[in-house]
Design a protein around this ligand. Sequence first.
Ligand SMILES: *Cc1c(COP(=O)(O)O)cnc(C)c1O
Length: 357
Amino acid sequence: MKKLEITLRKTETLKAKPDWNNLGFGRHFTDHMFVMSWNSKEGWHDAEIKPYGPFTLDPAAMVLHYSQEIFEGLKAYHGADGSVLLFRPLDNLNRLNRSAVRMCMPEIPAEEVLEALKQMVALDRAWVPQASGASLYIRPAMIATEAAVGLHPANEYLFFIICCPVGAYYAEGFKPTKIYVEDQYVRATAGGVGEAKTGGNYAASLKAFAEAKAKGCTQVLWLDAAEHKYVEEVGTSNIFFVINGELVTPPLGGTILPGITRDTVLKVAADWGIKANERRISMDEIIAAAADGSLTEAFGSGTAAVIAPVGEFLYQERSIIIGGGKTGPIAQRLFDGIQQMQRGILPDTHGWLVRAI
Ligand SMILES: *Cc1c(COP(=O)(O)O)cnc(C)c1O
């Protein structure tokens, strides 16, 4: 494959910076973006770091009709030594390529795109928030741009990366959430696209989220589509339980997203001598283990929150309180430890950090 040439076109007018104390999530975007195009003749071409701005799309662009779209989410942090650090970025770009294969889209040259990403983050370094817990959220995405109404894998695509400074996920401190156990709607079925980070999965989940919210819950716990019995994921995070002091998390079987934070939790737990079991776990088991006191913690894992402790599940009108509704020691230790690894405060024993600066 020929080397990707990346053009740099800097913005002439820098945007006003947001209120750093009130960033929220995904509301402000940096000065630049990375874009490149693909067609079957030229492959990836016209790679460019350029001023952030809107795209022009044909109304017949296939993404608008058939949702051929994939995305990723990762973060950059200020390192303890003044560097700007990316956490496991190649894992995200490789996962994007696995999503691409599932959705009949072209794979990207991950290492060259990582170089472009580093260059762009360095260019927009003034947008990486300084506050503890805050970070620069990075959103790579690919869309089908071929103008055609008539279903087939598109012959033209656009890949882009945009970045937004985000505040600490827990602005008011680390607080356990109340989760609605969804036993009607499902997220993914065996043989479907559950393990791809593709837009349609998220559009399909909105109804369940809205209903969970109306019931006073912040997220949905998804169950398996066949029996509505086994736990799958929580919202857009993977799920962990602590039972008899060991971690339990559903196995990657095609219907759940292979989270990089999930993998980080499993590896860090192994480093710490905490046993982890990747196995199916049913709601019946959770109810019984919560009742007999062997289930002491539950938490979600994902890039946005890192660790999101669960204080309560609402399941068929009954409340299941976990760990007295408080954040447990393992969730707390993972939350603190992983954040320190992401910022280079703890030694990078797994080679997870990539310096942008
Ligand atoms: C992105 C995502 C996750 C978490 O993945 P990370 O790589 O840890 O951020 C989990 N579940 C779903 C459905 C997701 O979209």
